[in-house]
Write a protein that binds this ligand. Structure first.
Ligand code: MTE
Ligand code: MO
Length: 534
């Protein structure tokens, strides 16, 4: 047999490996549908990867892919699975039973990723185990068929040596005799591939179609708030290109470690307040909203927001003050932190005094911009704390509040390179003009946003082409927890210009000029942008 023909069999071995891995995943997805929907190997391994990737890589993913970070991860994972499966197929062909062993190792690793996730039960192990058995059998059978084809096509012993494997079954050695075994391999591989695709895709479709939480969300009847936020006249400027004062839910940035959005039925949801408390308290959704809802306007900011970036948004929220539920449990002395936990095990560490302070509207929110929280923004209940970055305060899909100390407990991001405490840094941003959104020469407006949650913005200044700092006009703030809009009239001349912005908060602090990266506790620096005027 020529070298190219032996290479052809190796290529078919790789295909066998990929089809077998497809069978593994498809069977696991189908079984997961029946026993435990969260026990999907791909998603569990993806979540595991999210939890272990080093900080710089995660920052790279967020800054490069933005809201596409999770699809990007899944695509990367898919490519890795295909490559590994192809190698397993080749191993099974050249050095059996190494391919089967590789498949079993993949099965053990994905089972481990699944059973160690928050909320896993012993049932969760069934899908990956059954999938592994299917994958191991497939790789064994397909490669055995492949060898039968190869041997029947073999012209002599030299070819067997070239293919790197001894002749197991005696082949007739003529193309005519090879045809049935060739067909046998191709038919079996084809059927397996089609079946894996159909079962895998079918399981996903059924899972999506029967996931009823979105319907529960739409049907949820949230009582109207007792008080509502009044948007003052002059709070929203009418300037093309500026961000809207209230960010629509559909445009609101999303940052979390959840590869699939957790599904929580509000009728079974519970919040546990535990730890250093006089009594452990459990609240149902009805208990919580029964305490009375009020409306708050609060601007949320992510620690990963670069200077000038978009990981910041403003919404109105309906909620209950965290201090009120803490009072029900009775906070004991010595505590200095509340560790909030979500259904998927994510945790945030919030200083206790930020939650008990009568002058800070830290809330358990159930509605965002007048509707139940969107699933990806924490349905049915999340925390929102003015003035603290989201990762230390804004836990979505909230299930427990543990009153504790910073000495005793650590949140998700703390061992991953971010500070345990993280107040939002005073910041300002230019929305228009931008280098990619040029304006026409003549009278125009430079405009953008500025925020200093809990303190408020006093002044925004703009410098054009390194000139003097000129005060901008501010919109009327909703309150000190929300961002404000600002603008400056500008007689723009054609060409490129440098625009810089800086803000001063109501306490008289000037925005930090020194550039800082997002880790460990938020970016700083004055935004200076090259802009284009036509
Ligand atoms: N359960 C959970 N809550 C979470 C996170 C998370 O990863 N998991 N990320 C936090 C971070 S880093 C931020 S900035 C805010 C973002 O909230 P949003 O996605 O609703 O904008 O949610 C916070 N709450
Ligand atoms: Mo964040």
């Amino acid at each position: 047999m020529s070298r190219s023909r032996s290479a052809r069999f190796v290529a078919w071995a790789a295909v066998s490996g990929v089809v077998s891995a497809g069978g593994f995943l498809a069977v696991a997805e189908a079984v997961a549908l029946v026993v435990d929907r969260s026990a999907s190997p791909i998603l569990a391994v993806g979540s595991f990867v999210i939890d272990i990737v080093p900080r710089p890589l995660k920052e790279f993913a967020i800054t490069t892919f933005g809201d596409f970070d999770k699809p990007a991860l899944l695509i990367g994972l898919g490519i890795a699975v295909i490559v590994a499966a192809a190698v397993a197929g080749i191993l099974q062909y050249l050095r059996p039973p190494l391919g089967v062993i590789a498949m079993v190792i993949a099965g053990v690793l994905s089972t481990a990723a699944i059973v160690t996730r928050t909320g896993a039960t012993f049932l969760s192990a069934i899908p990956p185990v059954v999938g592994t058995i299917a994958g191991a059998f497939l790789i064994l059978l397909l490669v055995r068929r492949l060898k039968a084809w190869r041997d029947s096509a073999t012209d002599g012993p030299a070819d067997a040596a070239a293919s790197g494997s001894p002749v197991i079954e005696a082949g007739a050695g003529s193309p005519k005799a090879a045809a049935p075994s060739r067909r046998g391999f191709l038919v079996m591989t084809g059927i397996s591939a089609v079946a894996a695709l159909a079962v895998g895709a079918g399981a996903r479709v059924v899972s999506a179609a029967t996931s009823s939480v979105e319907k529960l969300r739409e049907a949820l009847n949230i009582p109207s708030p007792r008080t509502t936020v009044t948007i003052p006249a002059g709070a929203e400027l009418d300037i093309p290109g500026i961000s809207s004062l209230i960010t629509p839910n559909a445009d609101f940035y999303r940052v979390d470690t959840a590869l699939t959005v957790p599904s929580i039925d509000p009728s079974t949801w519970k919040l546990t307040i535990e730890g250093m408390v006089d009594r452990t308290v459990e609240l149902s959704f009805d208990d919580l909203v029964g305490m009375g809802l009020d409306e708050y306007a609060i601007t949320l900011t992510c620690v990963s927001n670069e200077v000038g970036g978009g990981l910041v948004g403003n919404a109105t929220w309906w909620g209950v003050p965290v201090r009120d539920v803490l009072k029900m449990a009775g906070v004991q002395s010595g505590a200095d932190m509340v560790l909030s936990e979500s259904v998927d095990g994510y945790t945030a560490s919030t200083p206790l005094n930020a939650l008990t302070d009568d002058n800070r509207d830290a809330i358990l929110a159930v509605a965002m911009n007048g509707e139940a929280l969107p699933l990806e923004h924490g349905f049915p209940v999340r925390m929102v704390v003015p003035g603290l970055y989201g990762y230390v305060s804004a836990t979505k899909w909230l299930t427990s509040l543990k009153v504790t100390t910073f000495a005793q407990d650590e949140a998700y991001w703390t061992p991953r390179g971010y500070s345990a405490e993280a107040p939002i840094k005073l910041s300002s941003r230019i929305d228009t003009p931008r280098v990619d959104a040029p304006v026409d020469a003549g009278a125009t407006k430079i405009a953008g946003m500025a925020w200093a949650q809990t303190v408020g913005i006093e002044k925004v200044e703009v410098s054009i082409d390194n000139g003097d700092w000129v005060p901008a006009t501010l919109s009327t703030p909703i309150n000190s927890d929300t961002w404000v809009q600002w603008y400056l009239d500008w007689d723009a001349t054609p060409g490129t210009h440098y625009l810089a912005v800086r803000a001063t908060d109501a306490a008289g602090n000037l925005q930090i000029q020194e550039r800082a990266p997002i880790a460990p506790n938020g970016s700083s620096g004055w935004q200076k942008n090259l802009v284009t005027v036509r």
